[in-house]
Structures are given as structure tokens and as C-alpha cells.
Design a protein around this ligand. Structure first.
Ligand SMILES: *Cc1c(COP(=O)(O)O)cnc(C)c1O
Length: 380
């Protein structure tokens, strides 16, 4: 019999979600509007411990799209984006017709390299390109170098958008990720640290911006008894059913973070004496990652029998355990071949050597034993 699949990251329900969904049914709030939507937004705001305002949306991608629209970014504008990320970070740049400039990573956090960012901005100034925004990412939950990136954006007066889809609950210098930017985004997709089955949020600096985001997300209806439109709208609001799942999930978020951090500890322990493999962790105590995904780097010049990350991935696959290479950098993707790129080969090397491992908060001791035995078989 085939062993059950161990996923990289799968939905993990706490139990209270169904109560919020039931009350939506009972009160007939089966719509993209209702008490769960407002309640979920309050819960997130409270959790982030911030004066920022939250707009609950249908996805993280929608949140990024709206953040660009709200800054009037369009044709002939340029947006800088981290290259080592999921395509959803970059696609909205194309939705609005703008051009992307991709930036390499640095080795401490695997996120946007501040030095390459500065070079890209200087290039835009020299070439008279209309640079409008920077999208930084907190990959796998690891906070980016927010001090430097925020300072550079301020220095050049450029909007900072924080893609915090992976990093709900991550902290940089006592401040929660998602609250450093002019806008921040969250995702509640099925594989994220909490899920609404599909959903996202835009974190705004003012109530006015939050209201504008909701306006765009609900078809941009002007204030009139009939349907009147002065702007193009979108259907991007989160449903009251999904928001109900989210409210239940917020209650277990801290527990999920602590369990995911334990998975990271488990891998630190598992690989501690294995030559050529390092587990990705925080560079110092300024950084607190939710460790949404744990990942390793495999240096095949040092591993036993020169095992590569692909050898390890295949050994896991053999046992029905999911593992996955890091994101393939955007500047190497066929669809983005015409965009500019600044930096060296850090992201490319991370892609070559990096592997994400099962990291869910719902993994059991038995799952961990199966993972351990794959590694022991390979390396002992
Ligand atoms: C998941 C994810 C997104 C997109 O969020 P969706 O809710 O799936 O649209 C954006 N950026 C990153 C880094 C992600 O991991």
C-alpha cells in the first residue's frame, strides 16, 4: 500500500471556523459582505498591532493589483520587484501594463538585495525612467532587510509595497511584517500559514485608502441610487463565508507559527551533522520568521557522494513526501525575458541548491519519522 502523502504545506483547521461559517448561513450573509468580513479585518488589524487599516480581498494577487492601481501605475511606468519569488508577486505589474525590473537576493535573508536595489534606482534616474514602486517579499516568512530597503525608498521617494503573503506573524525589530510599507499584502491561500480557502488582504496606511481599496474591489460604484461609474472597478472583495473561515483561523495563528518554528528546529537538528547541508534560519535576533516553509541549501561539492538537491527531492518523492526547489527567479522565466535585471547570481544559485521541505503545522511525529528515515538512508 502506498504511504499517505506528506505535503509541503496543507490547510490546518482549528475547529472554530465552522461556527463562523454557520452563523453566516443562519443570518443569510452568503455574500461578499457581512459581519465576518468586517470582523476578520479587525482581527488582522489587532493581530498586526498597528494603526493601519485592512481591506479583506479575494486573493493576495488581487491585493497587489489594487496596490498598483491605487498608485496610478500604468503604461510606461517601472516597478522594481524581487526576482526570487512566486510569479504572483510580479504578474500584477503586467496587469497594469507597467514594466518590471527584477532584483537579485542577498544571502542573509534570501530577499531583495539593498545594494542591487540602489543600482536599479540610480539606473532609472539616469535613464529618465518613470520608477513608481518597489515590491519586496518576505520569502518563506523571512523578513527582508527592511531597514535598508525602507531607507532607500524614502531617500528616492518611491512607494514601498511589502509582499507579506508568506509572512503573517513574522517580525522585524519588534514590528510585524506587512506594516513597514506604504502598502502591504497578505495571502490566505490553502497552502499559507492560515487559510480562508482562498483570500488575501491589503494593508493600508489610512482609512481613506482602505475605503478606496474596497471601492475598487466592489466594482467602483459611485455614490448614487443607480449604478454610476466614473472609474473601472474590480470584483475582488472577500466573501463573508471565506472571512468566517479566516476568523476561526486567526485564533490558531500563533499556534501555527510556533508549530512551524518547531518544524524548523526539527530540521536544524536533523541536518546538524550532515556535511554540505544548511538549514535556512534567521541571520540574527532582529529577525523573527514564522517559518512558513523550511528550506535547505545543498552544496553538492561537500555532501556525501556529491548528492544534489535533486537527489534529495527524488528520495523524498519515492516515499510520497513532497519537497520542492525554491522559486525559479523571475528574471529567468520565459514570460519575463524582456524585463531588466540588477544583481549577480545569488538568486540563481539559491534556485540551483535550495529545497523546501514539508513544513505544515499539522505534521505528526510519524511524518517526522518518515522524513528522518529518508535522510538517514541517504546520508548514513
Ligand atoms: C501566495 C503568494 C502570493 C499570492 O497570493 P494569492 O492569495 O495566492 O493570490 C503572492 N506572493 C507570494 C510571495 C506568495 O507566496
Amino acid at each position: 500500500m502506498k504511504k499517505s502523502k506528506i505535503w509541503l504545506s496543507s490547510p490546518h483547521l482549528g475547529g472554530d471556523e465552522i461556527d463562523y461559517v454557520n452563523s453566516a448561513f443562519e443570518e443569510n450573509w452568503v455574500a461578499p459582505l457581512g459581519p465576518n468580513v468586517a470582523g476578520f479585518e479587525k482581527d488582522i488589524q489587532h493581530y498586526l498591532n498597528t494603526d493601519n487599516y485592512i481591506a479583506a480581498l479575494s486573493s493576495g494577487t488581487a491585493a497587489l493589483h489594487l496596490s498598483l492601481i491605487m498608485n496610478n501605475i500604468g503604461n510606461d511606468d517601472f516597478v522594481i520587484c524581487q526576482s526570487l519569488t512566486f510569479s504572483a508577486s510580479a504578474n500584477p505589474i503586467k496587469y497594469v501594463g507597467a514594466k518590471a525590473i527584477f532584483i537579485d537576493s542577498e544571502l542573509d535573508t534570501w530577499n531583495m538585495c539593498p545594494e542591487a536595489l540602489r543600482n536599479a534606482i540610480e539606473f532609472c534616474i539616469k535613464k529618465n525612467k518613470k520608477l513608481k514602486a518597489v515590491i519586496c517579499v518576505h520569502l518563506y516568512g523571512m523578513p527582508a532587510k527592511l531597514d535598508e530597503i525602507r531607507t532607500i525608498c524614502d531617500e528616492y521617494n518611491i512607494i514601498l509595497i511589502e509582499d507579506s503573503a508568506d509572512a503573517l506573524g513574522s517580525i522585524f525589530k519588534n514590528q510585524k511584517c506587512g506594516t513597514f510599507g506604504d502598502f502591504g499584502i497578505l495571502s490566505f491561500n490553502g497552502n499559507k500559514i492560515i487559510t480562508t480557502s482562498g483570500g488575501g488582504a491589503l494593508i493600508c496606511n489610512s482609512q481613506k485608502e482602505q475605503q478606496k481599496a474596497v471601492f475598487y474591489a466592489t466594482q467602483a460604484r459611485d455614490d448614487a441610487p443607480h449604478y454610476q461609474h466614473s472609474e473601472i472597478g474590480y470584483n475582488y472583495r472577500l466573501s463573508n463565508i471565506s472571512a468566517g473561515i479566516g476568523r476561526g483561523q486567526m485564533k490558531v495563528l500563533d499556534k501555527h507559527i510556533s508549530l512551524r518554528r518547531k518544524m524548523n528546529q526539527f530540521y536544524q537538528e536533523l541536518f546538524k551533522d550532515i556535511e554540505g547541508i544548511t538549514v535556512f534560519k534567521e541571520p540574527n535576533s532582529d529577525y523573527f520568521s514564522n517559518h512558513w516553509l523550511s528550506a535547505i541549501l545543498v552544496d553538492s561539492t561537500k555532501t556525501k557522494n556529491n548528492l544534489t538537491r535533486e537527489d534529495i527531492r527524488l528520495a523524498f518523492e519515492e516515499e510520497n513526501i513532497e519537497s520542492r526547489p525554491l522559486w525559479k527567479p523571475m528574471h529567468l522565466q520565459p514570460v519575463f525575458k524582456d524585463e531588466l535585471y540588477f544583481g549577480g547570481s545569488v538568486a540563481e544559485n539559491l534556485f540551483r541548491d535550495g529545497l523546501c521541505l514539508p513544513s505544515g503545522s499539522n505534521l505528526t511525529d510519524e511524518d517526522r519519522e518518515r522524513i528522518t528515515s529518508v535522510i538517514q538512508k541517504l546520508f548514513n
